[in-house]
Design a protein around this ligand. Sequence first.
Ligand code: AHG
Ligand code: MN
Ligand code: MN
Length: 327
Amino acid sequence: MEASRIGESIGFTLDRFIKNNQDQFQYANGELSQLLRDIALAAKVVNREVNKAGLIDIMGPLGSQNMAGDDQQKLDVLANIRFTRALKKGGEVCALISEESESYEDLNNNGKYVIAIDPLDGSSNIDVNVSIGTIFSIYRRISKVGGPIQQADILQKGAEQVAAGYILYGSSTMMVYTTGYGVNGFTFEQSLGEFFLSHPDMQMPEDGKIYSINEGLANSFSEPVKKYLQDCKDKKMTARYIGSLVADFHRNLLKGGIYIYPSTSKDPNGKLRLMYECNALAFIAEQAGGVATDGKNRIMDIEPTALHQRTPFFVGSKKMVKLAESF
Ligand code: AHG
Ligand code: MN
Ligand code: MN
């Protein structure tokens, strides 16, 4: 950020930013603002717990699996509880879709929003002190407020998101979100307990040099993906893969790059989940000038048919995703 812009944004808390920009929301009556503040509050609580990992008994596996068959870590479950509780107390959300629950959860029948979350992304990195995250997508409820939740409320495509974002528990903790009017990033100041605007109007470089993919699986990628990776090597690009989607995405958002989780022979739809991983990052990428596809189609145009649906995911700098697609 230029020095002059740093000056402009110093002291701008997330709270004040949300209030000042409330008129940008399509349905500006304060509820979505409150919902974003509830998410920020849960993020602070989870941040505190993430930072204590190692000192108290919250690392390691819980000994259970989520519906997708992934081993649940203690922090996966704890983060899910923290976010669910904050959103339930807030009262703005009628239904919550989470990676950690098989079905959606009814929170408040009078709530006007539906939320999909990956409470803790990058679980395999918890025990080794590597960046992890939280991802969320917010939708407007379609059915009548007060009545029962309908399938149509739950299975909305990404293009219907009214807001989306992520929290990155990294070398510093950040919240990055969009309401469809650009992308803004806030850094958490531990001693004050506040998020401050640190990255106003984030733009993803149009092109980049970083490619992020689990190349250990390369033998099971399709030929076009293999060819694209060879092209990256021929061009002496830089390989960077953390294994926490949020962290890999965030780096590529700032520096320019592409993240790929393609279909593999074992998982024809890839690994990542459309509703609480890909849609949110696709919305942010597009709002920052980037692109997100499944290799052919725009991610946000995919009509979901199941809560935990997976999709191949290509996201990042416009020129890089377009080039990957051309293979
Ligand atoms: P989660 O921890 O929420 O289950 O997500 C893990 C995801 C994602 O964060 C990451 O990019 C990807 O899994 C890594 O998968 P591989 O280990 O197969 O590369
Ligand atoms: Mn995840
Ligand atoms: Mn997760």
